[in-house]
Design a protein around this ligand. Structure first.
Ligand code: PLP
Length: 364
């Protein structure tokens, strides 16, 4: 079959000559470690997001760990995490020594997470870690009120929320610290990488110091606090600068993909398109569906050379995060959710082909 040759992959990032030229220039100039280009990238991100401080680091997972460490989260503390996220969100909490408390959630009904959070707060709760999944905002307004009345911190996992907005502004900028990722399946990518944003000067100083083993000045070394090597590098920062310059085109393309699917799949039986609030400023990073019989669906597409990505399993299924609570909402997504082929350079012709193959599917 031609399938393997014509294979449509679930995600296509966008890298062009401008990235290659800029990376080459950095290497020629021997800017390969964390230095001037990283500073420039951080400044541009700060400007784009309208925040005071940005600290680049090795990954979105690292960004979460740094944010939690800077917030003083540690053994004896509890952090509330949605049950439906990429597991990095929870692992960062585990690494600090704090306890992950899972809360059920639903992307269409944002009140589910909020109500679960209210139920799970206790004396040990120190922070809430809402996740802006697939560019969709968590209910930040209500979560902020809850946090204020219980004296809790909020740290946003905005790895999938870059450039998305809610009524209060850009996601990831509405709490003590916002965490972003630059890994492959994100709106802008450097292959690996991440960054932390904050408007709080003291937190920023902690982050900067922590990124370099708790040492402020790498020449006149004085040990001040616990840290690690969380540093970013100028080669990838070069790529990041170019990716950020192309953000408007990327946003437009992912919106076109979203509209095409929404229209093409509106009356397919057994399949539900998971919406994004475009009018409210959310950016549809992915094309997400719920499909009753996911194994048959995946098999049908795969035999037509189309790859889908099943949703990540709910976190309560991880042996080290096990929780005896019920998670009816998130479980449904873990079982029936999938990402259809999408991404900043996924050709619209591929999207049309996917729709056609889905429409041809015979459910029995
Ligand atoms: C990608 C992602 C992360 C982790 O980012 P990495 O750069 O891959 O470490 C964390 N949370 C969410 C929701 C993500 O999508």
């Amino acid at each position: 079959m031609m399938a393997s040759q014509n294979r449509i992959s679930w995600w296509r990032t966008e890298i062009g000559d401008a990235e290659i030229d800029r990376v080459t220039r950095s290497i020629r100039e021997e800017k390969i470690s964390q230095g001037a280009v990283t500073l420039e990238f951080e400044a541009r991100l700060a400007e784009f997001l309208g925040v005071k401080h940005v600290a680049a680091c090795t990954s979105g997972s690292t960004a979460l760990l740094m944010a939690l460490m800077a917030a003083g989260i540690g053994p004896g503390d509890e952090v509330i995490v949605p049950n439906r996220t990429w597991i990095a969100t929870a692992h960062a909490v585990v690494l600090t020594g704090a306890k992950v408390v899972l809360a059920d959630d639903d992307p269409i009904d944002k009140t589910v997470f909020v109500e679960e959070v209210r139920k799970k707060i206790n004396k040990r709760t120190k922070a809430l870690l809402p996740v802006h999944l697939g560019g969709r905002s968590a209910d930040m307004e209500t979560l902020t009120q809850i946090a204020q009345s219980h004296r809790l911190l909020i740290i946003e996992d905005s790895a999938q929320g870059f450039a998305s907005r809610n009524q209060m502004g850009l996601l990831g900028t509405q709490s003590l610290v916002g965490c972003f990722s630059l890994s492959l399946a994100k709106l802008i990518s450097t292959g690996q990488g991440g960054f932390v944003v904050t408007n709080h000067a003291e937190t920023y100083e902690k982050l900067m110091c922590m990124r370099n083993h708790g040492v402020q000045d790498p020449v006149q070394v004085q040990y001040s606090r616990m840290g690690f090597n969380f540093r970013f590098n100028d080669v990838l920062a070069s790529m990041g600068i170019v990716q950020l310059e192309g953000i408007a085109r990327r946003i437009e393309h992912v919106k076109n993909i979203y509209h095409t699917y929404q229209k093409g799949l509106s009356d397919v039986r057994g399949l539900q398109f998971v919406p994004v609030n475009l009018a409210g400023g959310e950016i549809p990073l992915y094309a997400e569906i719920l499909v009753e019989d996911r194994p048959s669906f995946e098999k049908h597409l795969s035999s037509n050379g189309i790859q889908i990505r099943p949703y990540y399993p709910s976190l309560n299924l991880a042996p080290h995060l096990a929780d005896s609570s019920e998670f009816p909402h998130s479980s449904k997504y873990g079982k029936c959710g999938a990402f259809l082929p999408c991404g900043p350079s996924q050709p619209l012709a591929n999207v049309e082909r996917v729709i056609q193959v889905i429409q041809q599917m015979k459910w029995n």
